[in-house]
Design a protein around this ligand. Structure first.
Ligand SMILES: [Zn+2]
Length: 311
């Protein structure tokens, strides 16, 4: 049977069907590509849910490293100061806990082979994020907002939660940015078209510097859940996370503009209610932690100096 044109020449109905068939080709091809990506990328994700990932392993690590360089290239990176040391102490405890088998089991995560790195950036932006492969960025302005080491563990724990759950890669899969990601993983992200680069950095959770793109409710809630288990395994009292979010809610009462961290991570009653419900799961990790710590107030002068901003 042939689909040659002239044969249908006199019949408008059949000609329309033929045109429709031609139009279906790209749609069918597109569905095949999506289907292939889903089969290839389908994984058992955190807490046993299924997830589709755009990039994995070395490719995901390369992307995270690229995005990290991109962020640092325009940033005011802090040297060894009391606040940097305070942030490092919290991050190191969380990184160590991320390999704790009891934590991994509670969160339904596989052990990760991340190349962890941390940089503190002097900025007025109240923000923090963790790129794929464990590249953590903390802005100085979030330190006074976090107030205590356990408050900071809540923030960084949540951000590490996004990375451990491969949310950036998952978001790339849903945004069909796989091709861009593959190219970026093999070449310099700096050479990319600025719009493509910005989209990719957003998908990878590179923070407010590149424009805010909200994570889905599922991802936010999952990062909260992983975060509270992680901070508990790191020896921080998980109930401190409730106190942190209550401080955040209080700080933004009366129509005050919420900090960047809050606008990407909305605080609401549901979040506090969920976190409260997860405390009984987190407590055994805290109780069995060999490295329990008393909550300490972070260095007071940790805020950014007036007029200094990397933007
Ligand atoms: Zn988040």
């Amino acid at each position: 049977m042939s689909y040659g044109g002239p044969r249908y020449g006199g019949d408008p109905g059949r000609r329309m069907m033929s045109q429709l068939g031609a139009r279906m080709i790209p749609i069918v091809l597109g569905l095949l590509v999506v289907g292939f990506t889903m089969i290839r990328g389908c994984e058992r994700g955190p807490f046993g849910r299924n997830q589709v990932l755009a990039v994995k392993g070395q490719q995901e690590m390369a992307l995270g490293a690229q995005a990290f360089q991109q962020v640092l290239s325009t940033a005011n990176v802090e040297d060894d100061t009391p606040e940097v040391r305070a942030v490092e102490k919290v991050a190191q405890r969380l990184i160590k806990a991320a390999a704790n088998p009891a934590f991994l089991e509670a969160a339904g995560l596989k052990p990760q082979d991340f190349d962890w790195k941390l940089r503190v950036i002097r900025s007025r932006e109240v923000n923090a994020f963790c790129l794929p492969g464990g590249k953590i960025v903390v802005y100085t302005a979030i330190i006074p907002v976090a107030e205590t080491d356990a408050g900071l563990a809540t923030v960084i724990g949540h951000e590490i939660g996004h990375a451990l759950a491969h949310h950036g890669s998952e978001r790339m899969a849903t945004q069909q940015m796989t091709q861009i990601g593959m190219v970026a993983a093999g070449a310099a992200m700096g050479d990319m078209d600025p719009r493509q680069r910005q989209g990719l950095l957003q998908a990878l959770n590179a923070g407010a510097q590149f424009g805010i793109l909200k994570y889905s409710r599922t991802h936010e809630s999952e990062a909260d859940h992983i975060g509270i288990l992680l901070m508990a395994a790191a020896g921080y009292d998980p109930s401190e996370t409730i106190r942190f979010w209550e401080r955040m809610t209080h700080a933004t009462r009366g129509g005050k503009k919420p900090p960047e961290f809050m606008s990407t991570h909305p605080s609401d009653e549901t979040r506090i209610r969920n976190l409260t419900a997860w405390i009984p799961d987190a407590m055994p990790l805290y109780e069995s932690s060999s490295d329990k710590t008393e909550t300490e107030v972070l260095p007071k002068d940790a805020g950014p100096a007036p007029g200094i901003d990397e933007q």
